[in-house]
Design a binder for this molecule. Sequence first.
Ligand code: ADP
Ligand code: MG
Length: 591
Amino acid sequence: MSGKIEYISGPVIKAELPGATLYELVFVGELKLFGEVVRIQGDKAFIQVYEDTTGLKPGETVVRSGEPLSAWLGPSIMGKIYDGVQRPLKYIEETSKTPFVARGVGYEQAPPLDLEAKFDFQPAVKVGEEVQPGDVLGSVRETELITHYILYPPLPQNAPGVVEWVAEGKYKVDDVIARVKTKRGVVEVKMWHKWPVRKPRPIREKLPPAEPLITGVRAIDVMFPIAKGGTAAVPGPFGTGKTVLIRTLFLYAQSRIIIPVLCGERGNEAADALHGLLKLKDPTTGRSLLERTTIIVNTSNMPVAAREASVYMGVTIGEYFRDQGYDVLVSADSTSRWAEAMREVALRIGEMPSEEGFPAYLPTRLAEFYERGSRSVLLGSKERVGSLTIAASVSPPGGDFTEPVTSNTLRFIGTFWPLAARLAYSRHYPAIDWLIAFSRYVDTVESWWSKEVGSDWKYLRGVFQSILVKEAELQEIVRILGTEALSEEEKHILNVAFMIREGFLKQDSYNDVDTPSSPLKQYLLMKAIYTYYEEGLKAIHSGTPAMVLRELESAKRLSRLRMEIRNDVAKEEFAKFIENMVAEIRGVQKR
Ligand code: ADP
Ligand code: MG
């Protein structure tokens, strides 16, 4: 089960390691650094090492673990901050700016779960009851915000069976809490189990992405919606707001469980993002958001290869909570750093480079990652549904969206929220470029909006979109020929487009009247702008100049309304506003 290092090349080593299997977890050198077998050639294994290889020498020992890199899944996972191989970070904000684990610290010294803590286990099944893999056997109250459901784990060796005994009361994570009698013998179920991070957890059936994941951000929910179990990518140049947008999702998206994977870019970026996350409060209860969050962060002492482990660790933990019936949000910020790690490792193990030096398997890896997002009917004997939504950032060098990571990502995602530098510079946040953004979920989430909020939701957003497209055309004409070349109707369209941008798409993440915006407020704000457009058109057709419409009191107020009307009074306030506005427009029309 062990071998010797032959050579070392940055984060990659080659070792004589007979019998090793692909993606097996190994421990490298005297320090026992975490590594994963990524290529096998006869008796030789190429290993990507998840810790700094400085000082490692040829001839040192490599020990096989006999199993793939796996996540430890069970109570005490919530609120933890892990590195890519799930070692908990002793995070001391006062004394250290960067999260850190000493090299070679193993699971014996730093177990991913608190093995000593006791949890109050409440059974959900009775003796004699039949259970299948995936069924809930019981639960523990993990934090004030989260009940942790203990499953009959969907492990290959767990056959359906009958509950022979089930616990009730205080137990440790590693204690047996149930015995299930199966055809193949009695299974002793503990509160935790391991799952290989590269292997998607099984589900019974994927469901269509029909329910929107409401985020409270209008540019998303109305214009480019994401569905529960959907996937989204946020590409953008440095400083355009990728991290802030993802943070806004953590706070306000209707996901019960949040799993941020931080793959930092420059210097302290991951550490800074971590500091930001730790301060967040759950908006409905005011408690720490950490009570329903598990963070994976690439520590500054981990080399690039660890980013790969982090990404897989994050989605695996996400799937585990999905399997408990939760709506989960997994984010990776940024997937470009992961792809760069893939490139570096591929070159060192002698893979043929493809586009811009990335390995030919880059598209496959991205596809497999996004594939793990879904809304599904879960395993087990009861009809239960859970979802895992993925929102990831991409940082294309120079903001070039045609580069391989962005262009390949585009093929596999449902929603595209590209951020534009020109918008960010003019402080239009979120800087989503409405001319190139898209969502494949508009048709599937429409019935939810029609039923819950307003039947013309899709029609109105279509009008908004065409006005914005028209604006871009008209601006081109104005640039060449000047405003005089426009008809009054076209001038009106430019006014309305301005209102859509200023009064609707712009949204300050830090303003608590503006963010989050409830679905009803989003819809009514859209309706108000639409009514201005429609009534304005009628006025124009009866000879009122566009300028007059632009100078109306209600027109000026309309672009500020998002910061004036609170969610809880939206219904009455918007009704009043729209009534007054229509009266004002008709007033000028008579003259
Ligand atoms: P990126 O991750 O793309 O490099 P950041 O998310 O760190 O960029 O954003 C850079 C800065 O832009 C933030 O510190 C903030 O000042 C501003 N910003 C970005 N998005 C918003 C937003 N939605 N609301 C208000 N300010 C924002
Ligand atoms: Mg960032």
